[in-house]
Ligand binder design. Structure first.
Ligand code: AMP
Length: 419
């Protein structure tokens, strides 16, 4: 049965918390962006304030085994600073040391375990398989790691009385620490505050959105967004499509797109989306004009062209001013807004106007009472670049997990707690 972190009695209990401490480090192993650690502090403090002790577990990077540069020991000073207390560290999450330290924890104490991904069992994927391995060898290796994954998970679970999942970024993975471990805590499992906040934000958008509901989808390719486009079409009033996708839509309808990014194998998909929008009565909003460059760089020459009439040596890099206004009007009249993916190559300042206009319109709509959710890696980088993250309703940390949840997929990390 799922518990609530707000009402659970942590007194005298040891809680193992799956956090997302997968933070960027510089060459001297300093944490260069502590957002994820900062975000986990309220959950940790809640357990400690309730008289519990905390065991923190996370992955860092993609180690192939034990690799010092991926050691979580590097982040200890940052965790201690943000938490305001000293923490202990177990240099092997499966070692005798980890078990002994976990057993000796007293209320108010915190133990951090070494990188879970030092072990292949965390992800349950075999490592070191030779390219030339036969299908049988691959199957045997997979079976072996799945077997040892059970022991790995059981050992992690043995350290604690309660399991808390607060790592939304990995909730779409059925790993030992994100999903499988929950089975060992049938009556003592719950979400942390990050997970709760993320799920609440997405559910409030998808389950009973106030109308008009507008989704803005950008990014480079139709192929990576097709599932989300299709699932959102069932729910939204307005679907704004921008970014590199634009040119596949233009070319599919016979437009001239110069050297803009284009997926010829997605023409049928693009035409089917246009048809489906008509059938469902969804207002599909595409670009009219494009800010084009003669080079994929911040030093390119720029000119505005119709989005479906771009000269041969030019490339659509951002939406044009007319399109900005058209998108802006739709967004400002919306009551629920979801934004995933920049509408231009915002990394280059000269092609960031369109995405900035979107961000400004979302901020204006939010100020008038709309609910706005920004999610997916690049849109978050985008809203942060413009310094507007605090002026929207919710900025998701989710990335892949957010997209899969919005597509209607069951996230293993979520299901494991709710089941
Ligand atoms: P995605 O990860 O699919 O959301 O794509 C985000 C990327 O799309 C960003 O890095 C943008 O630079 C890129 N992007 C946006 N608009 C365009 C465009 N018109 N041409 C090429 N890339 C684009």
């Amino acid at each position: 049965m799922q518990q609530s972190i707000d009402t659970y009695n942590f007194a005298g209990k040891r809680a193992i918390i799956r956090v997302d401490f997968n933070v960027p480090l510089d060459g001297d192993f300093n944490v260069t962006d502590d957002t994820r650690i900062r975000a986990a502090i309220p959950t940790i403090k809640k357990v400690l304030a309730g008289g519990g002790a905390v065991i923190l577990m996370s992955h860092l990077g993609r180690p192939k085994g034990v690799e010092d540069k991926y050691s979580l020991k590097h982040i200890i000073p940052t965790v201690e600073k943000l938490l305001g207390q000293q923490i202990d560290f177990a240099g092997d999450c499966m070692g005798a040391d980890a078990a002994a330290k976990a057993a000796a924890l007293t209320p108010g104490e915190v133990l951090l375990l070494e990188n879970l991904r030092y072990y292949a069992e965390e992800e349950g994927k075999p490592r070191g398989l030779k390219e030339e391995a036969t299908d049988e060898e691959k199957a045997a290796a997979k079976k072996a790691v799945k077997e040892s994954q059970k022991e790995f998970t059981k050992k992690l679970a043995s350290y604690a009385d309660v399991y808390i999942n607060d790592a939304f970024g990995t909730a779409h993975r059925a790993h030992a620490s994100t999903a499988l471990i929950a089975a060992f805590f049938p009556n003592d499992k719950m979400f942390g505050y990050i997970m709760e906040g993320e799920l609440k934000a997405i559910d409030s958008v998808l389950q009973a959105p106030q109308k008009p509901f507008t989704a803005i989808l950008g990014g480079s390719k139709v192929s990576t967004k097709i599932t989300i486009i299709e699932s959102l079409m069932e729910k939204v009033d307005n679907l704004i499509l921008g970014g590199g996708m634009t040119y596949t839509f233009m070319a599919a309808q016979g437009g001239k797109i110069g050297k803009s990014i284009c997926e010829k194998d997605q023409f049928d998909t693009a035409l089917a989306i246009i048809e489906k929008a008509k059938k469902l009565g969804v207002n599909l909003v595409l670009a009219d004009d494009a800010r084009c460059g003669d080079d994929f760089s911040n030093a390119a020459n720029v000119k505005i062209c119709p989005a479906n009439d771009i000269p041969d040596s030019w490339e659509g890099m951002d939406i044009g001013p007319k399109t900005e206004e058209k998108f802006r009007k739709v967004i400002e009249n919306s009551k629920t807004i979801l934004w995933n993916g920049p509408v231009g190559v915002f990394e280059f300042d000269i092609f960031s106007n369109g995405s900035r206009a979107i961000a400004e319109a979302i901020v204006a709509a939010t100020a008038k009472g709309a609910y706005s959710l920004i999610g997916g890696g690049d849109s978050v980088a985008c809203i942060n670049k413009f310094g507007m993250a605090k002026q929207v309703s919710y900025v998701s940390t989710g990335g892949g997990a957010l997209l899969e949840y919005m597509e209607g997929k069951v996230l293993p990390g979520v299901a494991a707690i709710r089941e």
